[in-house]
Design a protein around this ligand. Structure first.
Ligand code: FUB
Length: 323
């Protein structure tokens, strides 16, 4: 395993969604590029316009770059900013979920399909009806039911959807403040063909040790972006970034629809403003894929890394081998 070294260094990559398909480990990241846009809280500097897929036969082995698998110009509804994607497999097909701004500048989530995990992927001509905001994370449960988690505040526009419809005027303030509940990530079930939502979009509850919703002012624990779902020992683990406090944290539940109880941190702040991740089991070991900016020193030019993680006897995630 590359340990603290970047896994990929010939291009800038971020937001790694890792999955094991057909015995190999595949990574579906964002493909960062520099278009000269200055840093701002909108995230305008994250101006990506295509996706590559990568694979490894072994966690210590070489990384194969399968090249460009989807590009902006092939997606009719997109205007810009192909942000953090994820992938899923079902019924012998592979699905790439991706957020981007539509022609009105509103983030939506699209799906693109392939017969192979490494793509290339053919996009549906419209975004998935009912989706909004950013950072889709797909999860196919053991019973075959698939779920789509999504959402991100600030530049991810989730705050614009508090009324249930898009309200551009609700962009500022970028999130609620005070002792009121924080904005919540979203989840919906996917149809069997993986191309539509089969339920209403629900708010995924994240509660503290007293069973109360995490508060808006609790920036160390409230949901910001970068949802991920995995299952360990029959429990559902929902993990996410706290954004401006730069932690990766997690909450657990007995149901993929929650409520989820906050458990703790997975990763302390890394170099760079954003932090984003995935968690996957590969050949009997569990891994955290994430990114930092050690190659560039610039927030918008990131590089993917991997580290092994562990679970203690109570199912708590640790980044060192439990005693
Ligand atoms: O890569 C663009 C955005 O930065 C992602 O969608 C967020 O999760 C953050 O990593």
């Amino acid at each position: 395993m590359a340990g603290e070294q970047p896994l990929i260094s010939h291009i800038f990559t971020a937001d790694p969604s890792a999955h094991v398909f057909e015995g190999k480990l595949y990574i579906y990241p964002s493909h960062d590029r520099d278009t000269g846009i200055p840093n701002n809280d909108n995230g305008d500097q994250y101006d990506m316009n295509d996706y590559h897929v990568f694979s490894l036969d072994d966690i210590n082995g070489p990384v194969t770059d399968h090249g460009v698998v989807l590009k902006q110009e092939d997606v009719p509804w997109v205007s810009k900013q192909l942000w953090a994607p994820d992938a899923a497999a079902k019924n012998g097909k592979y699905y790439l979920y991706f957020p981007a701004r539509d022609k009105e500048g509103v983030f939506r989530i699209g799906v693109a399909i392939s017969d192979k995990p490494q793509g290339p992927f053919v996009p549906d001509p419209e975004p998935i009806t009912g989706t909004y905001s950013i950072d889709p994370a797909s999860f196919v449960d053991d019973d075959g039911q698939a779920y789509l988690y999504f959402g991100g505040i600030w530049g991810g526009q989730l705050q614009c959807w508090q009324s249930g419809a898009y309200d551009a005027k609700a962009y500022f303030p970028q999130e609620p403040s005070g002792n009121v509940p924080a904005l919540l990530p979203r989840v919906a079930k996917l149809t069997d063909d993986m191309r539509s939502l089969s339920t209403d979009v629900l708010q995924l509850q994240i509660v503290d040790e007293k069973g109360e919703l995490i508060k808006a002012d609790d920036h160390d624990r409230r949901f910001f972006e970068a949802a991920w779902m995995h299952k360990y020992n029959g429990k559902y683990y929902f993990s996410y970034s706290t954004g401006d406090t730069h932690y990766l944290v997690y909450a657990t539940s007995d149901s993929p629809l929650g409520p989820f109880t906050y458990q703790g941190r997975i990763l302390e702040p890394v170099q760079g403003w954003t932090t984003h991740h995935s968690i996957v089991e590969f050949k009997g070991h569990w891994y955290l894929f994430h990114h930092d900016t050690c190659l560039s020193g610039q927030n918008h030019l990131r590089n993917v890394k991997v580290k092994e993680i562990f679970y203690d006897k109570d199912g708590k995630i640790t980044i060192t081998l439990p005693a």
